[in-house]
Design a binder for this molecule. Sequence first.
Ligand SMILES: NC(=O)c1ccc[n+]([C@@H]2O[C@H](COP(=O)([O-])OP(=O)(O)OC[C@H]3O[C@@H](n4cnc5c(N)ncnc54)[C@H](OP(=O)(O)O)[C@@H]3O)[C@@H](O)[C@H]2O)c1
Length: 246
Amino acid sequence: MTNFISRISRRHVLAFTAALLFATTFSGPSFAAAAKPKVGIIGAGRMGGSVGTALAKAGYQVMFSSRKPEELKDLVAAAGPNAQAGTVEQAAAFGDIAITVVPYSAMPEIAKQVGPVLARKPLLLDISNPSPQRDGAEGEKALQEGPAEYLTKLMPGVKIVRGFNSIGFGKIPNPVLPNGGKLGVAMVGEDAKAIEIATTLARDIGFDPVVIGPLSLGKYLYRPSTYFNGTQSADEIRAIGKTVGK
Ligand SMILES: NC(=O)c1ccc[n+]([C@@H]2O[C@H](COP(=O)([O-])OP(=O)(O)OC[C@H]3O[C@@H](n4cnc5c(N)ncnc54)[C@H](OP(=O)(O)O)[C@@H]3O)[C@@H](O)[C@H]2O)c1
């Protein structure tokens, strides 16, 4: 009898342990992954590749895109099992949220291809910076109007947050200050839900985000503006943020 009871309890203990192991191994990560929005990334160069890789490693499902997605095999392999590649249309359709990280000269074409799709998402994180030298007339226009204002005209309804604009792509995998603290990242936005998603995403890849104000301040996030240089802490960004555009 004692043997029987101890065999039963041993079986129960084993079953419980197996259930616990299963729950820890499978339910935990898949639940966490399910809670993260899928990310469609328009652009997969130095910056898009780095941000997408960091997101994939942090448990986000990402789709990189390019006009030649077949050339993204190495990037996808390096980013791991949460990453895949597709066309711009496929990435836009895939993502619960989207990131644009392309030259501004590409924006009119992207707006034509997927503008209405991007406008239905709760967040378009725009990491791109207009540069007249590189982007010609579109870069000049976006610089004059302000990048978010320019994008909103091209794609009415997009919920834009701009961020990571002054962070060099080499810093993305290791966003650490010399004192070991987290690297800050300045952001601008107006839509509360979009800001919440963008700041969560920044935290999930190791940054300390600071929303410095509305989209009209978006033109001050990158060079030639001297406010932010991609090496500042969140406290420094908060202090500098109060002076921006004043
Ligand atoms: N590099 C940085 O450290 C850094 C930091 C902050 C912000 N940024 C900004 O991020 C943006 C990208 O910079 P990057 O350095 O990553 O440039 P990059 O290495 O030259 O990559 C540019 C990407 O844009 C894509 N692209 C270009 N035209 C396109 C179009 N018409 N449709 C779809 N995709 C198109 C390219 O894809 P395909 O040519 O393969 O189609 C490529 O994936 C720029 O606006 C830059 O100012 C860069």
